[in-house]
Design a protein around this ligand. Structure first.
Ligand code: HEC
Length: 108
């Protein structure tokens, strides 16, 4: 009986993880490609962020941008930020933008 419970608990876990799989992928894309300059919290409080003069992704200017504007901007690059088109796919970038929104909503 205990075994059955353990197995069903393990199964439920797998389903729960699969559900948030896309989100986890976007989080890891952000951490690998963006966090170096924009910081784990999006506040650009990293040495590279400061050196390149990246502003916080939680700033009012960024908050008011639409998802299309953000996608366009990340694809083309801006100032010292490299263009991401060809490096990451549109889908990956859209996922990262969704992830940035979760950072924007989070406490600083
Ligand atoms: C090499 C450092 C670096 C990396 C890596 C980087 N960025 Fe940037 N990013 C910048 C800088 C610098 C700016 C500010 C550009 C400016 O205003 O001149 C910027 C600006 C932005 C902006 C617009 C905010 C603004 O200031 O107008 C967004 C959105 C953004 N980056 C998203 C991303 C995403 C998404 C990734 C990962 C796919 C990423 N960045 C990776 C350096 C970086």
């Amino acid at each position: 009986m205990k075994m059955v419970l353990l197995i069903s608990a393990a199964l439920l876990c797998t389903i729960a993880v699969a559900g948030s799989c896309a989100e986890q992928k976007s989080a890891s894309v952000y951490k690998t490609s963006c966090a170096q300059c924009h910081g784990a919290t999006g506040e650009a409080d990293t040495p590279a962020g400061k050196a390149f003069n990246a502003q916080s992704l939680k700033s009012p200017d960024v908050l008011k941008m639409s998802d299309e504007e953000l996608l366009d901007l990340t694809k083309k690059g801006k100032g010292k930020m490299p263009a991401w088109e060809g490096v990451l796919t549109d889908d990956q970038l859209k996922g990262v933008i969704a992830y940035i929104h979760t950072l924007q909503k989070g406490k600083s």
